[in-house]
Structure formats: structure tokens, C-alpha cells
Design a protein around this ligand. Structure first.
Ligand SMILES: [Zn+2]
Length: 418
């Protein structure tokens, strides 16, 4: 997800923050790829979309990077394209306090609930729990919104246990800590997806994080739990500045920090040469992916250059080998790339063909989006008229090529005693 606002902010922020207050069609090569690699194991697995109208409500405050339209735009675009069959959209329940405290500290959960109810964050609460700040602002409906993301990820894992392939793009708050907010994340819904699988008796669950930022909150939550392996691909030298290649969390994690300009060929390389070999060695019984759209080219808060086609292919490759999979959202601060990326991902997971051009209603939706962080001259017309980006193939640079051997050796969780 996010980064402390002071690192990138290019606009003024309200002072009383403690109060409420280049696209063408997929080329032939990629089409062939997508068909060839298309999930034979998922045939018969019905894809389900978990969402909620709670995400249609304004949140985060007017000038926050997450104030843009994201998941509601994904839902609307998919509806325009006719991509929801009856029963395929599942409403996200709101997690109870009892559920939230299976991971989060009770006093932290209470602090968020009380701040939301009163509309105020006392100075000591702000300092202790990092809420009511520019980074993690207080806004009306915060508790319900954050709890709904957790409820959605729990529900998604339960549906996956029942044999479905589940997409929950409102999830992916991977920086949230047990007892404090971090990086625009209050609770940590990916943790709950993983916990739900474990509570159903699974013994090995894999977490893969493709967001531009290191999935630090999830890694740290399971660093002592040998039932979970976390793998994160993220931009190097970027907030939160953790997730160095040497960082293995005593064997429970693998990290693949990548340079600026990271392209589709490089992602393909890391998936094939590092992530899939690790997954095959770990033999997970379920998979959770955080699929942040901030790794796509055009995102204002990172400098990775994936096309959405490249990201879709990576997700498809990963879910193809797992019997149970939950795909979450994550960061993403350019509404055009987020909505096109995640709507297209749903289309692919649900088995729909990607249209070469979008119908007028979809173009109107995309044409009506606004974002302070993206200059008008940086918004190509193709972001209004198409869904699929031009694939961004390129050289696999030495700094990427060096990574697989650095993460493939050594013991994995649940394999340490072997
Ligand atoms: Zn991110």
C-alpha cells in the first residue's frame, strides 16, 4: 500500500487531520501465453468476487492518495462489461471485534473504534497507535471500512476452502501491525486470510506479495509461525525500506527487491525462477496473493513499470498451481491503472475475454476519473478506451537475474526439520 505522505507529498494537507473533517490490445504473444498457461487446475473452480458498497463512501480525506475511486470503479466497470454472473458477487461481512482481536491488540481495536465514534484522536492515542495522522487519517466510517476489509478476507478464505477462486480487491492492507496503523493500513486483512486457512487446519500456506512496497506487516506477523512462507517482490530503496534480499525472518520469508523500471519480462523471470520453485518446495495447501496495482507503470508513488497484462499473467501462473487461492488488492494510486488493472484481472480469473476496446459506458466511467497525483498530460487516451496495456517486455537486467540463487537456498518453514 502506502508510504509516509511527507516523502512524496506535492500538495498541501489539511491541518486538522485529527478531526473528521500506452494501451493497445494484447499482442499475439501474450494472448497465446494467457491461453497456454490458463489454469487447467482451476477448471471447475468458480471465481467469486468479494466486495462491499462501504467502499463507495468517501474516505481518507480529500487530499489523501487513497481518496481516489478504486474498488467501486472496478465493480462498476465489471458490471458494464457484464462480468458478474448471478451469485458471483459476494457481499463482504464486517469482521467482529472478536475476530479482529485474533490478530490485533484489543486496546488498538478499541482505540480505532472510539476515535471513529468520537471523531477525535487524542495526542497520546495518535502517538501510540499512529492513527489520526496524515498517513493514517481518521475519517467517518473508518472502523466499519477497515473491519469490512478484514471480514472480506476471512470470507474470501472460507470461500476458497469451499473450492472457489476468490478475488477481494479491497483487501491487501499489508502494512497494518498488531497494535498500530502503518502505510495507510489500519488492520491487516491479508493476515486474516492466512489465519483463516490455518484455522481450517491447513498446515502450509503461502503468501505472495506483488505490491510495489514490501509486505512487512504480513511477514512480521508470521515470522515465528512455521506454517506460513511469505514471498515479497517489491521496489528496492523504497518505504518501508525493509525486505532486503538477506531478510528471511528466520527462514519464514523470502524477499526479492527489484530496481526501478521493473518490466514484464523481469516479473516473468522471477515468477518462473524463484517464486514457483519456492512454492513447489514448500508445497502449500493454500495461497494468498496481495496484488497491489502500484507496481504498474503510471503509478505516482512508485517507479516500477509493469503492464497490467504482465501482472495478470503472474497471478494466473501462481493460482494455477494451488488448489485454494485468494487474490487481494493492495496499493495503487492512479485510478486509471488501478481500475483497468483489477477489472481486467477479475475478467481473466473469471474466464472472460479482454475486449480490444471498451464500450461507451466504460469509456465514460474512466473519462470521469480525477487524480491530483497524476498530471493531465500523463494520462494517455488509451487509459479511457482500452483495458489491456501494451506488454512491457524488455531485458532481464543483471540485478534481477542475480536474485533467484540468493533466495532458493536454505530451509523453508515446515521443512526445517527435514
Ligand atoms: Zn504499495
Amino acid at each position: 500500500m502506502g508510504i509516509p505522505i511527507f516523502q512524496y507529498i506535492q500538495f498541501s494537507f489539511i491541518s486538522k487531520i485529527e478531526y473528521y473533517g500506452r494501451a493497445v490490445n494484447i499482442d499475439r504473444h501474450d494472448r497465446a501465453d494467457s491461453r497456454d498457461q490458463r489454469i487447467p487446475e482451476t477448471v471447475g473452480r468458480r471465481a467469486l468476487f468479494v466486495g462491499s458498497d462501504v467502499y463507495r463512501q468517501a474516505a481518507f480525506g480529500e487530499h489523501h492518495p487513497l481518496s481516489i475511486i478504486r474498488v467501486s470503479g472496478v465493480v462498476d466497470l465489471c458490471e458494464i462489461l457484464g462480468w458478474f454472473e448471478p451469485g458471483q458477487f459476494r457481499d463482504s461481512p464486517c469482521a467482529s471485534v472478536e475476530q479482529l482481536t485474533r490478530f490485533h491488540a484489543p486496546d488498538y481495536v478499541d482505540a480505532i473504534r472510539e476515535a471513529d465514534a468520537s471523531g477525535l484522536v487524542e495526542a497520546d492515542v495518535r502517538k501510540r497507535y499512529r492513527i489520526g495522522t496524515m498517513e493514517n487519517p481518521l475519517f467517518p466510517g473508518l472502523f466499519r471500512r477497515a473491519s469490512t476489509a478484514v471480514g472480506g478476507s476471512i470470507h474470501a478464505a472460507e470461500l476458497a476452502m469451499a473450492g472457489h477462486l476468490v478475488f477481494h480487491p479491497s483487501g491487501g492492507t499489508h502494512h497494518g501491525r498488531r497494535d498500530r496503523a502503518s502505510g495507510f493500513c489500519y488492520f491487516n486483512d491479508p493476515v486474516f486470510a492466512l489465519l483463516t486457512f490455518l484455522e481450517h487446519g491447513l498446515e502450509r500456506v503461502l503468501y505472495v506479495d506483488l505490491d510495489a512496497h514490501h509486505g512487512d506487516g504480513v511477514q512480521d506477523a508470521f515470522a515465528q509461525d512455521d506454517r506460513v512462507l511469505t514471498i515479497s517482490i517489491h521496489e528496492e530503496k523504497r518505504w518501508p525500506h525493509s525486505g532486503l534480499v538477506e531478510d528471511r525472518a528466520q527462514g519464514a520469508a523470502r524477499n526479492l527487491p527489484v530496481p526501478r523500471g521493473f518490466n514484464d519480462s523481469e516479473l516473468d523471470f522471477l515468477v518462473e525462477e524463484a517464486v514457483l520453485p519456492l512454492a513447489r518446495a514448500f508445497e502449500p495447501e493454500a495461497l494468498v496473493i496481495t496484488c497491489g496495482a502500484d507496481a504498474l507503470e503510471g503509478d505516482p508513488l512508485s517507479r516500477l513499470c509493469l503492464s497490467n497484462v504482465g501482472l495478470w499473467r503472474a497471478v494466473e501462473r501462481l493460482v494455477a498451481e494451488q488448489p485454494r487461492a485468494v487474490v487481494l488488492g493492495g496499493g495503487g494510486y492512479n485510478p486509471w491503472t488501478v481500475i483497468r488493472g483489477w477489472a481486467g484481472l477479475w475478467g481473466r480469473l473469471a474466464g472472460h475475454g479482454i475486449p480490444e476496446s471498451l464500450p461507451p459506458a466504460a469509456q465514460a466511467l474512466l473519462g470521469g476519473l480525477r487524480c491530483d497525483l497524476v498530471d493531465d498530460e500523463d494520462v494517455p487516451a488509451s487509459w479511457m478506451t482500452t483495458l489491456a496495456d501494451v506488454p512491457n517486455r524488455g531485458e532481464v537486467r543483471p540485478e534481477v537475474r542475480r536474485l533467484p540463487p540468493l533466495v532458493l537456498d536454505g530451509p523453508l518453514p515446515r521443512r526445517i526439520a527435514c
